[in-house]
Design a protein around this ligand. Structure first.
Ligand code: UDP
Ligand code: MG
Length: 340
């Protein structure tokens, strides 16, 4: 077993492990790491990977996915991977985004891999937790995901994440664990099912829940990013958040229907009041301001509704194109360069 200085607690609704049949021992594990402009983090990552890969009874492989980095990351990856049979690298033709880079990684793991361990390149998810994830999977789970107990991030970001995950859970058609990111160990059959999903708009942690099987969470403290800055722009964070909601819920579109219905009811009541006042008191209500307010409010409601419908149409639009999820520029497989 590997040495490990990180504490963990098992939790989540699926944590009653004793009723599950233990899995056969996991030996071959591929570690998938998406990389986008991480030249500042890579040296530390490589040295921690080297320690993790010291003989430990497991057969670990590393699959680094360069997601179109524009800094020195691709060179650093090439240097690290070349000549190491346990390491592979995939260089994408441009920046496709974190979720797609992960998809590229899991569709390129060795055919004999028993499981894939997904971590970030910035070391926010400690790779040394792998033995705990493996031990949990051996209890009979197909997915073991990390639950972020303590985020070392700004207060505003923490509040937004907390609020978002709870909102998403309320809306979603499937059980998505709270505060769980992509940091996870997924079994061979989950990898296979994920690779078979044709979705263009990929929200991997959602698809991972959608796939099903037995899933369990492990609490961990999410470290601070050691170097560089987050590679998620505000725009890509919003895109991720929208994917999490619109890809797994029809609630927003139902909500529009409910708002429309409530508005009709409200206007019927109002018409009743106006007719009553006219007949009984002979007055009609005045109110230019109220009129303007009503027009502005309901124009807003209509535009918002159109936007929500648009989110679904956009997903159909991109899906029907049937473009490949990513394009591979070159590969280093088991330490050997292999240009496509
Ligand atoms: N990443 C990627 N492509 C992107 C953005 C990010 O491959 O377009 C990688 C990044 O290098 C890192 C992981 O995805 O390994 C998570 O990104 P980041 O740490 O910036 O996200 P955060 O932790 O801030 O949510
Ligand atoms: Mg990070």
């Amino acid at each position: 077993m590997l040495r490990n200085s990180y504490s963990f607690i098992t939790s989540g609704p699926f944590s009653i492990s004793c009723i599950f049949k233990p899995m056969s021992e996991l030996k071959n594990i591929s570690i998938i790491i998406p990389v986008f402009n991480e030249s500042a983090s890579l040296p530390a990552l490589f040295s921690r990977l080297d320690k993790l890969m010291l003989p430990n009874g497991m057969n670990l492989k590393v699959v680094l996915v360069d997601d179109g980095s524009t800094d020195d990351s691709a060179h650093l990856i090439e240097r690290y991977v070349t000549g190491k049979p346990a390491c592979s690298a995939i260089f994408l033709s441009r920046n496709f985004g974190h979720a797609i880079a992960l998809s590229a990684g899991i569709s390129n793991i060795d055919s004999d891999a028993d499981a894939a361990f997904i971590i970030d390149a910035d070391l926010q998810d400690p790779p040394e937790l792998l033995p705990q994830f493996v031990a949990k999977m051996e209890e009979g789970f197909d997915v073991v995901y990390g639950i972020r107990k303590n985020r070392k991030e700004g207060l505003l970001k923490k509040i937004c994440y907390r609020f978002y995950y709870r909102l998403q859970k309320k809306f979603s058609n499937i059980h998505m664990p709270l505060d769980a990111g992509d940091f996870s160990l997924i079994s061979k059959r989950v990898v296979k099912e994920l690779n078979n999903l044709p979705e263009e708009s990929r929200y991997l942690r959602g698809l991972r829940s959608w796939v099903g099987f037995k899933q369990a969470g492990i609490d961990y403290n999410r470290d601070e990013r050691k170097s560089g800055s987050s590679k998620y722009s505000l725009r890509s964070l919003f895109k991720l958040a929208f994917n999490g909601i619109f890809n797994f819920s029809e609630f927003p579109i139902r909500f529009i229907g409910m708002v429309g219905f409530a508005t009709i009811l409200l206007s019927l009541v109002y018409i009743g009041v106006v007719i009553y006042k006219k007949l009984v008191f002979g007055t009609v209500p005045e109110g230019f301001t109220t009129l303007i307010f009503a027009i502005v409010l309901f124009s807003g409601v209509q535009l918002l509704s159109l936007g929500i419908i648009g989110e679904y149409i956009l997903r159909i639009f991109f899906q029907v194109k049937q473009r490949p999820l990513f394009i591979v520029k070159s590969k280093i497989t088991n330490g050997k360069i292999n240009n496509e």
